[in-house]
Each structure stands twice: as C-alpha cells, then as structure tokens.
Ligand binder design. Sequence first.
Ligand SMILES: Cc1ncc(COP(=O)(O)O)c(C=O)c1O
Length: 394
Amino acid sequence: MNKEEIFDSYKENIMPTYTKVPLVFVKGKGSRLWDIHSKAYLDFFPGWGVGNLGHCHPKVVQAVRDQVSKLIFIPNNYYQIPQAKLAKELVYWTYPAKVFFCNSGAEANEGAIKLSRKYGQGRYEIITFDDSFHGRTLATLTATGQKKYQEGFQPLVEGFKTVKFNDINAVKNAITDKTVAVMLELVQGEGGVNVADKDFVLGLRKICDERKMLLIIDEVQTGIGRTGKLFCYQHFGITPDIMTLAKALGGGLPIGVMVVRKDIADTLQPGMHASTFGGGPVISKAALAVLTAIQKEKLLANASKMSEYLFAKLNELKNKYSTIKEVRGLGLMAGVQLSIPGKAIVEKCTESGLLINCTHDTVLRLMPALNITKKEIDKAITILDTAISLVGSS
Ligand SMILES: Cc1ncc(COP(=O)(O)O)c(C=O)c1O
C-alpha cells in the first residue's frame, strides 16, 4: 500500500475517533522512528506514554519471540508461568498486594471503581479531581474531571464528585457518609502535567485512613519509571490502597493492572470481575522483560539524571522566550506551559523530525524514553528552540 491508499483505507474503513497526523510509521528503534519515506524522527513522546524503553527494546522483542512460539494464549481459569512470575515481580516492587490483570488503563481504573463499590458495602461515592484523566469507558469518563470528554455521553455514571486538585479542604467538603474512595494521578498528564503537592497527598492518605476510604492512585501514565522512580507514589511517602498501571508496562503490548492492598484484595471473589485477555502469557513475558530491563540497565538512575538535564535545557528556553510561562513536571514527564496554543509548535517540530505532544491546548508535553541520551536531548531542544522562534516568540 502506498501512503494515499493507506489514508484512503483509514478514511473509508476506520471510525474517525482520532485527530490524525499525516505520517505513516514503519519502523522504530530506541528513540527513533522511521516513516514510509525512510525519514527519521526523534520520538519525545513515544507511544503516548507507552514507550518508556523506546521502540522495540531488544529484551522485549526477545521475550515476545520466545513466548509466542511456546504458548500465545491461555484463559484465566487455568494457570500459566509468565503471569505467575509477573504478579510476583509487581508485588515485590510495590507493597503487600495482589494484582488483577486486564488490557488497558481505563479497564484497570474501571476495576478499581468496581472493587471500591464492593468494598464500600453501600458506600459508593468516589472523589476525583479537576483536569484529571482516567479513561474513556463510561465510569472512567465520569471520573475524569474534564467536561470536554463527557459532552454528549450523559447520563453519566452516578456516584462521582470532582473537586479542585491540590485542595484538601475541597476534598473534606465533598466527603459524605457515602464516600468510599479518592482517585487521583500524582502528576496529571492529559490535564497539563500538573504535579500534586506532597502535603496534599499526605493529607489525602490521612483522611482515607481515618474514614476507611480507599486511596486509588492512577499510575497509568506516571508508572514504570516515568517520573524517575519505578512508581510515582514513591516520591510522596505514601502507599496506595489501589494502584492502576497500564501503558509502559507492556513494552508496547496492551496491558492493564490493578495492584490492590493485600488485606482488601479478596473483596472481588470468583465471578465478580474478569477480563478474557488479561495477563496472557505473551504480554506477561513482555512486561517481565520491561521490569528486568529497567533494573539491569539502571534506567531509573538515567531517567533522574536526564530529567535534570532536560529541565535545565527547557528552563534555558523559558529564559529566552516570553511565550514560555512555566516548565513543570517530574522525572521525564515534562510540561511546557505556553501563553499561546502549542499546535503550531508541535507541527513545526514534526516537520523538523521531532515528535512531541501538546495537551490542554497550551502545554507542550515531552516524555522521552528512560534510556534517552544527552545528545538526543540536545537535538530535541535545538529543534524545539527553532520551532518556538518561528511560531511565536519575543
Ligand atoms: C492517567 C491515565 N489514566 C488512564 C488512562 C486510560 O488508559 P487507556 O487509554 O489505556 O485506557 C490514561 C491514558 O492516557 C491516562 O493517562
């Protein structure tokens, strides 16, 4: 198929739910991608948060190859080795817990919502936050604190209250005798790369303990090393009751996980929740390879080091351009708050071979792979610098 035939097929046969960029990618390696014309791109937003190891990491490729020739799939009413190993590994790196495997971030959050309701025995209200993003299923869409995603899908699911982020009094005021949980991202990704205050998070933990409410931490985007620690909650001195994971854990294959505090994990009993493909052998093997690579290749240390470098470089740009209002984030999750819409800058970067994202209209989002190098950061910053100077600067 040539490029036009591909575009035609999408137009004719695929529902138009995504705003498309007219690029066809055929190959990826590390932080580089190649399009159908063999043009190379530097990917500073790999897989929308999926590519923490970059593209086609050799350990993931090898793991998938090994497993795919042995056993591709076995349903969850039987036992299999990769899933048992992955569960053990996830619990080892987190807290005393049991896990539930599914296929996406929304599905993991949906599971957390269901578990909370069952645990609540009549308490069902969940408090979430302005500018949050938790997924596109009906319940996670309701949990998401952004009206633009909800328009046209009413009536939404009952039992969610959305309050101001980083405002502990707003949480206190929203609690009723029906409240069972609080759900949040510690760094809001889609909502503009907003970092939670430590005191706020400690306050939430305290309230949840006092009221026997569950603290659900959505680490779909922040997990698996993205913020310089394996899980973002480790920056905040708290332990979640439920943590949800997805995106980067699968190394490019679809996975979702709900990591539930051990003493409440048996709330969901046989028949109460399920997911046909959840934690299949191939994906579990791939996820094990991701966790191994992060440890063996010391990627958390690299992410922290490169984070310092990236933020220093972005702050230099901030000093140069008044269109940059703020640079914020954690680890390798960086947001550049602009005073103008970021779309044209993203497009200029793309033309020059750098892929970045813009969220919330005015926030450039950079989330390079954890194995990014200084040289690659320098290249990205040079392209970004030129793009900003061309689009709008002073
Ligand atoms: C924090 C967060 N939660 C949940 C989701 C939904 O994940 P998925 O698209 O895998 O359903 C996303 C996706 O961007 C996310 O960033």
